[in-house]
Design a protein around this ligand. Structure first.
Ligand SMILES: Cc1cc2nc3c(=O)[nH]c(=O)nc-3n(C[C@H](O)[C@H](O)[C@H](O)COP(=O)(O)OP(=O)(O)OC[C@H]3O[C@@H](n4cnc5c(N)ncnc54)[C@H](O)[C@@H]3O)c2cc1C
Length: 605
């Protein structure tokens, strides 16, 4: 998977930068602030939008314009203002880490009326939250480990997320093949139990399907002979989500609820005397350092959580009295001890793996594990591995063994698929909690996906483990404890806060399709914009109406439009090329050869 430069993008960037409204465009002062940093795009500095034709974008876009005024920008300018306030104010809560957990905590705490600052050393979702299997699921396989509580919680949260973000969290049919009576009975019992645990929050009920029905849903599948004459498969439903987009949507909603967030801002030191009262933060774009003061500090740094607890300065070194897990867990750095596990995914070229549904297939390594083979727009991705990891946390690589493991499972089910069909890949690290001093023979796949909260030194709350699916419940648990410690006990509200789309998705898609028709674009563009940007499809329509070239693809043959890059900058706080291509538009996980960085998620230094 070659890497290179996205020179094709530069022209489009120029156009996109030129469309920024005056409000969202950095003033000359602010753009100077980034001159030595990572923003180095033609047209970025001080470009102003051309006046909209007809003054307001045309009569039909009147509603979109009014809407635009209501929506908060979330841009480099927002970030600069946030950092200034962070240096001046004292907050109830400082959150370290802008993955799904940190963003969720910022939203939950702000919605309870607490003043919140969040800093992320890289970009939102640059860690594990942008590198998952992209499933919002109960975790059927955890039934095997008798983790009924975790499955029940995950299924409940799946239902809540499906309601709060129906444009992002969408049902996907999953197929499992059962060649013999024994596996058929096992799957049937497992799925029935699974649906029972969902307690009425099922996305759809499972069904036994014939080999013919499997072939209809998964035309490229081979080896259905294994099902035999009376062989069957099962179809059930989970949800899939663009994990990075979900994280960014939660971050935006947190900002809209009153929290102040900044990406590319690293915590370098924890401050305090006897108790943690803040942190020293470095703005990675300018190198400036300043202190953020807070009554409580939350460490939501995922696989880096152990490192963050070690950032306590001299005044805190001996202040671990009261340290230890709020739940069960071993003591370590503030009680946190992690055992990262690596998971790799491969992306296949359009048409290489022909399927309209996800397939849950045995790994092929005889280890009892399963691989998900999942359709994603016009491509298919497959994963994941699950191996203990001790390397560089910032740059998990993909080796030949990882690749062979996934490829062999795919090729067993889709004959003829080879490495040549792989167009991109990504690797992520699970922040699994170590349960014993010695892992012994246990596999990381056997470690629980539960979360745990640790307190200590005084004033520092660390949260780790868990799943993307259960982030809301995790953050409710954490903020309950922080609020109790601060004596500010209003109840959690996040079950009722929509994430980026107000009103039914179908109605928004209808409106967006009509609007795209009026702009001379295919109706499917309207559906795409709603599915990715929720309410902001209107802002996309407004921008396209002002500059029709933004309705064109950024790269030919890929569906990502110029307007999406504009939204990334003005509405989603994308600062660097990598922010735009890896996490906002996901161009690099569609085609690794486009990457100015490898699609494995490596970051530019
Ligand atoms: C391969 C794989 C597949 C998975 N698949 C699924 C799935 O399908 N469904 C599911 O529900 N879950 C899945 N998960 C689990 C899920 O992705 C994680 O549980 C979740 O993303 C963890 O989020 P987090 O916010 O805790 O960590 P992260 O997303 O890693 O966020 C932590 C953040 O802290 C930041 N940070 C670290 N140090 C500092 C510092 N000093 N200053 C400021 N910021 C700092 C990091 O840059 C990072 O962005 C999967 C995980 C993996 C690895």
């Amino acid at each position: 998977m070659p890497t290179g430069h996205i020179s094709r993008f530069s022209v489009r960037f120029y156009l996109i930068a030129a469309t920024f409204s005056g409000k969202d465009t950095p003033t000359p002062d602010e753009s100077d602030r980034f001159a030595g940093g990572k923003i180095n795009l033609p047209g970025w500095r001080g470009q102003r939008a051309a006046p909209a034709p007809g003054g307001d974008g045309g009569p039909r876009l009147g509603a979109a314009r009014r809407y635009h005024r209501l929506v908060l920008p979330f841009s480099a300018q927002t970030r600069a203002a946030n950092l200034t306030r962070m240096a001046e104010d004292r907050f109830d809560v400082l959150v370290i880490g802008g993955g799904i957990t940190g963003a969720g905590i910022a939203l939950d705490a702000a919605a309870r009326g607490l003043s919140v600052a969040l800093v992320e050393k890289d970009d939102f979702a640059a860690g594990t939250s942008g590198r998952s299997s992209r499933l919002v699921h109960g975790g059927l396989r955890y039934l095997e480990h008798r983790e009924f509580g975790l499955v029940r919680e995950s299924l409940r949260e799946r239902g809540i997320l499906f309601r709060l973000a129906p444009h992002l969290v969408r049902p996907v049919p999953m197929y499992m093949l059962a060649g013999d009576l024994r596996s058929r009975a096992t799957y049937r019992a497992g799925l029935a139990g699974y649906e029972l645990l969902a307690a009425g929050r099922n996305i759809g009920y499972h069904r036994s399907v014939s080999a013919e029905q499997v072939r209809e849903a998964i035309p490229g599948i081979g080896g259905l002979g294994q099902l035999g004459g009376r062989g069957r498969g099962f179809r059930y439903f989970e949800c899939q989500v663009d994990d990075a987009r979900l994280t960014i949507e939660v971050a935006r909603t947190a900002q809209a609820s009153g929290a102040l967030l900044a990406n590319h801002a690293r915590v370098e030191e924890l401050r305090g005397d006897g108790r943690v009262t803040g942190a020293v933060v470095a703005d990675e774009m300018t190198g400036q350092r300043f202190e953020v003061r807070a009554r409580a500090v939350v460490n939501a740094a995922g696989i880096w959580a152990e490192r963050v607890t070690r950032l306590a300065g001299a005044g805190l070194a001996g202040a671990s009295a009261g340290a230890g897990p709020a739940g069960a867990g071993p003591a370590g750095a503030g009680g946190v001890r992690l055992l990262p596990s690596k998971g790799v995914h491969l992306v296949f070229a359009p048409g290489a793996v022909r399927t309209t549904a996800a397939l849950v297939a045995p790994s092929g390594a005889g280890d009892g594990r399963f691989i998900f083979i999942v359709p994603w727009e016009d491509r298919v991705y497959a994963g994941t591995t699950d191996t203990p990891y001790t390397g560089d946390l910032d740059h998990p690589g993909i080796d030949a063994a990882d690749r062979d493991y996934i490829l062999s499972a795919v090729a067993r089910n889709f004959p003829g698929v080879t490495e040549r069909d792989v167009v991109a890949s990504w690797a992520g690290l699970r922040p699994l909690l170590s349960q014993d001093e010695e892992l012994g023979d246990a596999r990381t796949s056997d470690l629980s996906r539960r979360h745990a909260i640790f307190t200590g030194p005084f004033g520092l709350f660390s949260i780790t483990g868990g799943k993307l699916t259960t982030y809301r419940a995790m953050t409710e648990d954490l903020v309950d404890r922080v609020a109790a410690a601060l004596g500010d006990g209003s109840p959690c509200r996040t079950r009722a806060i929509p994430l980026g789309l107000h009103g039914p998705a179908a109605a928004a898609v209808r409106l967006a399709r009509d609007e795209m028709g009026r702009l001379g674009l295919p109706p499917r563009t309207g559906a795409r914009l709603v599915q990715r940007y929720g309410d902001d499809w209107r802002e996309a329509a407004r921008l396209i109406s002002e500059d029709r070239s933004l309705g064109e693809p950024v790269v030919s043959n890929l569906p990502v439009l110029g307007v999406e890059v504009a939204l990334a900058r003005s509405r989603e706080m994308a600062l660097t090329d990598e922010d735009v291509f890896v996490r906002r538009t996901r161009l690099t996980t569609r085609d690794g050869s486009l990457g100015l960085i490898p699609s494995g998620g490596h970051r530019r230094e």
